[in-house]
Ligand binder design. Structure first.
Ligand code: OXD
Ligand code: MN
Length: 658
């Protein structure tokens, strides 16, 4: 049999049904099997799994053991040990083109469209959970009758039941790719290694963009532990259901399971983004937040940028925003003020650690951008546009007749009569009443292609972080910018982060939802313990940075934005930098330090209603304080750190005196 990678035609029909693979019943979790047994039992079994590429015996022993265990459990038809080279990527692309999973975008260089099964288009939060021995390690002691909105727990017994219903035999007839990857520059003291097993070569293509996939990872790893990532589309052969768009998946059985105590992720049924590129949300946020707590650092849903003023002074900012608040746009803004320069270090995740002098340093653990396409255009984010003109995998976007990309937001940048094919394959013209691209369609491109990528973005030490920023979509009541009084107050500001989202039933309008620290979907452990971890970081010799809150989205009575946003946001960042340098540009308000009138540069902006942008409506804030405190008490019960409760009470008191 020819061992083609992902080549359907060369696949022998596997004789076993899911769950019926030989020897499965005897196999326990690999942690329970001493290595010598694995060597005797499983490695010989590996003899039946042909190696399509790579030298199994040259891998670190712990990796061999991991692979051998999962070969036995998942029963792939072959093993493909990835080396991360361009040649490898070209080979995989070739196969995916042949099969029809990818289509070329002829207008661009080495760019492709993938259209998924329309049933597999987004992160699935309801099927995402965390299993620890003790429930309290994952979920806070919520008030009676309240459910946590953060990490969701499953007992080890439930986890075992759910995973063993799915994984045995799930790669039958499919290739298992072994992906060695580093989150963070290989060898950086802040980086961490993972190994992902997957039966999707689309996932392999995106992983090699989003993480550093290379044989050098094996050397960096040596005998050390790594984060174990297991991913399957959940579609073993022979297929017993219709496969749509050459995208075998199993939406009814999706599960994204995290085992932080074992530093392990198991994902089943979905090939989409955060569900399947396990280095990103699963590892770099959920598992890493637990590692960070254990090791005394922070893994946060934050962009990192370097901002240089016309005098040549550079400050580094890390900013957390809930999904869909324009974080990628902010990470790459084209400053609206002359003489200013923004350089991007990362657009989604920051790993930050205080060094021995007490300075906070941050790295971007990722190597690419997995950005939302709709809304991105030459006006909103020219730097992103430049970043994905080559070597990019687009998912669920639309295609123009001449081999270009299209999505909502590009209406004014293409001729009106352009012939377009939607993400579902239907003919489309600009102005038609359907969506051409899925609202969660994505570009997946190397960060190195960003024209404003920071020269230090791969510095192993990271960059020194001067300020932390939280923000959300707040149409009402919340000023353009304010600074917390101190670290504890700032942690409270982050804990009460809220943002407007579109309600599940769209016609009911918009809702303001809590998204503490912008980590609601990405929290890896007890949120109360997480807040306590933040509070504990404020100890000698650490010099904790100032914490700010921004809101670009306040509207007037007619619902019009009061602030122009986009590139003009640099004016607010300028004010933040002044505060970092200790300039006297603020006054004390009940909610924090606010800009003295005129200390934000508004030159050339036309009329801006300063008073409306900075107004603090008393009733609104009274209500907000009450609601915030109740939210934190309900969610955290006795896990609410007393310092945070104290900050809530002090804020209420200040507002009552307004
Ligand atoms: C993302 C998200 O995709 O935050 O980055 O949802
Ligand atoms: Mn994100």
């Amino acid at each position: 049999m020819e061992l083609g990678i992902g080549d359907d035609k060369s696949v022998e029909q596997y004789p076993y049904q899911q769950g019926e693979t030989p020897g499965m019943a005897q196999v326990e979790e690999e942690t329970e099997i001493p290595f010598y047994e694995v060597h005797e039992i499983v490695v010989p079994h590996l003899g039946h799994v042909p190696i399509a590429k790579g030298d199994f015996h040259r891998l670190p022993k712990k990796v061999q053991k991991f692979i051998a265990y999962y070969c036995d459990l998942l029963t792939p038809r072959g093993l493909y040990i990835c080396d991360g080279t361009v040649k490898e990527a070209d080979e995989v692309v070739h196969k995916l083109l042949e099969r029809g999973t990818l289509e070329p975008l002829e207008k661009l260089d080495n760019c492709f469209i993938c259209r998924t099964d329309p049933a597999d288009v987004a992160r699935v939060e309801s099927k995402t959970w965390i299993s620890t021995k003790q429930k309290h390690d994952t979920e806070p002691d919520c008030k009676e009758g309240v459910n946590t909105i953060m990490a969701h727990w499953r007992s080890p017994e439930e986890a075992k039941k759910e995973t063993s219903e799915r994984f045995p035999g799930c790669m039958a007839g499919r290739m298992m790719y072994v992906i060695p990857f580093s989150m963070g520059p290989i060898g950086s003291p802040l980086a961490k290694v993972g190994v992902q097993l997957t039966d999707s070569n689309y996932v392999l293509l995106c992983m090699r963009v989003m993480a550093r996939v290379s044989e050098k990872v094996w050397d960096a790893l040596g005998d050390n532990d790594f984060v174990k990532c297991v991913h399957s589309m959940g579609c073993p052969r022979p297929w017993r259901k219709k496969v749509v768009n050459h995208w075998p998946c199993n939406p009814e059985k999706i599960l994204i399971a995290h085992f932080p105590e074992e530093r392990k992720v198991k994902s089943y049924g979905s090939g989409y983004g955060g569900n399947s590129l396990l280095g990103k949300k699963c590892f770099a946020l959920r598992i890493a937040s637990v590692i960070a707590r254990d090791e005394g650092w922070m893994a946060e849903h934050m962009l990192i940028m370097g901002l240089t003023d016309p005098q040549g002074r550079e400050h580094y900012l890390a900013a957390a925003f809930p999904s869909a608040c324009g974080k990628t746009n902010l990470a790459m803004i084209k400053p609206g003020l002359p003489g200013w320069k923004v350089l991007c270090v990362g657009d989604d995740i920051a790993w930050m650690k205080f060094d021995e002098t007490g300075q906070l340093f941050g790295i971007n653990p990722e190597a690419g951008f997995f950005g939302v396409a709709p809304g991105t255009n030459w006006k909103t984010n020219p730097n992103a546009m430049h970043s994905f003109q080559a070597n990019t995998v687009f998912t669920n976007i639309a295609k123009t007749e001449d081999g270009g990309y299209y999505w909502e937001g590009l209406e004014d940048e293409l001729p009106k009569d352009t012939k377009i094919t939607t993400w579902r394959g239907e003919p489309f013209k600009i102005g038609d009443p359907i969506k051409a691209a899925h609202p969660n369609s994505r570009f997946c491109c190397p960060a190195a292609q960003c024209p404003i990528i920071h020269p230090k973005w791969e510095d192993p030490k990271g960059v020194p972080i001067d300020a932390l920023i939280f923000g959300g979509r707040r149409p009402e009541g919340v000023p353009l910018v304010y600074e917390s009084f101190d670290w504890n107050h700032g942690v409270m500001v982050g804990a009460q982060l809220k943002s407007e989202t579109t309600a599940a039933a769209e016609f009911k309008g918009k809702n303001i939802m809590h998204d503490p620290m912008a980590m609601r979907p990405f929290m890896g452990y007890n949120f109360g313990h997480y807040l306590q971890h933040w509070l504990n970081l404020n100890k000698a010799p650490n010099k904790v940075p100032k914490i700010f809150h921004v809101n670009w989205f306040r509207v007037d009575k007619e619902g019009k934005f009061l602030w122009p946003g986009f590139g003009e946001n640099v004016r607010v960042l300028d004010w933040i930098c002044k505060r970092v340098r200790g300039e006297d540009v603020a006054f004390k308000s009940p909610i924090g330090y606010m800009p003295k009138k005129g200390t934000i540069n508004l030159e050339g902006l036309g009329p801006i209603d300063w008073d409306a942008l900075f107004d603090l409506p008393r009733e609104y804030w009274q209500q907000d304080c009450k609601e915030t405190q109740k939210f934190l008490e309900d969610q955290l019960g006795k896990d609410l750190p007393k310092e945070i409760l104290e900050e809530c009470k002090k804020q209420t008191e200040r507002i009552s005196k307004m």
